[in-house]
Design a protein around this ligand. Structure first.
Ligand SMILES: Cc1ncc(COP(=O)(O)O)c(C=O)c1O
Length: 468
């Protein structure tokens, strides 16, 4: 009898399954490199002095050779080292959920799924690349990494990876987030990293900004300048970036590869794939393995969601620009708002970046990805709706993808259509309670950027080489 009982329980649950889980043996063993499938090859990154494409020697002071190789690789897949897989197994594979309760709450006929990256120890997708970067740096003899962080998710992910792998770590945290998120700061310290608010007095870049703007809230562009300057000035230190670069997006593709297997378990395939975009890494991580299918002929709508206060893809220019404010990085072909653009201090700190990954920019240009921008009050309303139906309190960044999903489902209902939507819930919001406090106290300001500020900021790229 007990067996019959167990079977009938299973049968009852099968039709209403919530989580689609993979075993550790199903962890992807290779990263997927979309460069090998892109219809238009991405344009080269240029040396600002010579205007020529940068070579490995230009990048060697900042990055280990293995990552420089991945940055320019055209191999379709790259093996994930055993040591990295071993660390991934602490939290991967991550769950895929069918958001039945959200579907009911908004009354949609569409099916909504989400991949939840908030189960990692730091609480987001960021350690997927942090452990890989720390591993290669350690392998090539570096003992210390420097980096920037916006919301603190990336800084805590790199601190976590460095601690487990055995490297020192220095984090320049955007000042507004440093003040808004004291607990992220403590988490970074708990994993043994040193952390300072940026702009800081510790670098030339930081001091120059403070002289011109003593009250600067900081930005990712400024914090990147400080971290790059730190690494360039010390032989023991490499620079580590949490987004934008090809190798970072590559490492994140474990997300989408797992999701492909999990959608198969669910017996569905997404019509729409959605993610939020700061520098673009979580979006790419989920979307690139699905774009592989799209490029091969499958019909998928791929939507990138960004804040209206920092509308890089929807209102920026595709141009060569610096990745940082102090012009220390090479010139990157990407959608940009200009390297000295300082976005309003919205709570999705991880989305306050003037540029975006070149791979994503090129795919937007080629019409394979579309983008939309949202105001933070509507984003927080969707976050609270999600928390009240699915239970998970999302990071403000991830809430942009939730909002895009809800809008997509509503539009489908209005059109009398039923769609299967998959989005990336890139992190939880447990360290973002001050942002939720502001929302509940009705203190969130909506910043719709005016055109004159965009025009002003874009003057910074006048005279730089133009992409083809
Ligand atoms: C939870 C979360 N989602 C998304 C982002 C945006 O970064 P990216 O576009 O590289 O995924 C961040 C950045 O800090 C983040 O913390």
């Amino acid at each position: 009898m007990p067996t019959v009982y167990a079977r009938s329980v299973q049968e009852t649950r099968a039709g209403a399954q919530t989580k689609f889980l993979l075993g550790e043996s199903q962890l992807p063993r290779r990263w997927y490199n979309i460069r090998s499938d892109m219809p238009t090859a991405p344009q080269p990154v240029l040396h600002p002095g010579t205007g020529e494409p940068v070579g490995p020697d230009d990048l060697a002071p900042l990055f280990p050779m293995a990552l420089i190789g991945q940055e320019v690789s055209e191999d379709p897949e790259i093996d994930i080292p055993e040591e990295v897989l071993d660390l991934y197994s602490l939290w991967r594979p991550t769950p895929l959920y069918r958001a039945r309760r959200l579907e009911a709450a908004i009354g949609t006929r569409s099916h909504i799924y989400y991949k939840y990256e908030g189960v990692s120890p730091p609480g987001s997708h960021k350690p997927n690349t942090a452990v890989a970067q720390a591993f290669y740096n350690k392998q090539e003899g570096r003992t210390r990494l420097s980096t920037e962080t916006g919301a603190g998710q990336w800084g805590s992910a790199l601190a976590f990876a460095c601690k487990l792998i055995g490297l020192e770590c220095k984090v320049y945290m955007v000042k507004i987030s440093y003040e808004q998120k004291p607990n992220r700061r403590s988490l970074i310290q708990a994993w043994g990293a040193e952390i300072v608010p940026s702009p800081s007095t510790e670098t030339q870049s930081g001091r120059a900004i403070l002289e011109a703007h003593p009250d600067s809230p900081g930005s990712l562009g400024i914090a990147i300048s400080e971290a790059v300057e730190d690494a360039a000035g010390r032989g023991d230190t490499a620079y580590s970036l949490g987004s934008v670069l090809n190798h970072v997006l590559l490492h994140q593709t474990v997300i989408g590869q797992e999701a492909l297997q999990q959608m198969e378990l669910a017996g569905e395939f997404p019509d729409v794939v959605i993610g939020c975009v700061g520098g673009g890494s979580n979006f790419a991580g989920l979307a690139f393995p699905f774009l592989r299918e799209k490029i091969a002929g499958r019909e998928i709508d791929v939507l990138a969601c960004e804040p209206a206060a920092c509308p890089t893809l929807t209102r920026g220019l595709f141009a060569y620009d610096f990745g940082d404010t102090s012009k220390l990085t090479p010139l990157v072909p990407m959608h940009t708002l200009g390297h000295d653009f300082v976005p309003a201090p919205i709570h999705a700190g991880g989305l306050r970046y003037h540029g975006v990954a070149p791979l994503i920019s090129q795919l937007v240009r080629d019409g394979l990805i579309r983008a939309d921008a949202y105001l933070q009050s509507e984003v927080f309303a969707s976050a609270v709706l999600f928390a009240g139906s699915e239970g998970i309190l999302p990071a403000p960044e991830a809430a942009h993808a939730i909002h895009g999903t809800i809008e997509t489902a509503r539009a489908a209902d209005e059109a009398g259509e039923e769609r299967t939507i998959l989005f990336n819930l890139s992190g939880h919001g447990h360290f973002d309670m001050a942002a939720y406090d502001s929302y509940f106290a009705d203190k969130l300001e909506d910043v719709a950027l005016d055109e004159t500020e965009i025009d002003r900021a874009l003057q910074a790229i006048e005279g730089l080489p133009a992409p083809a």
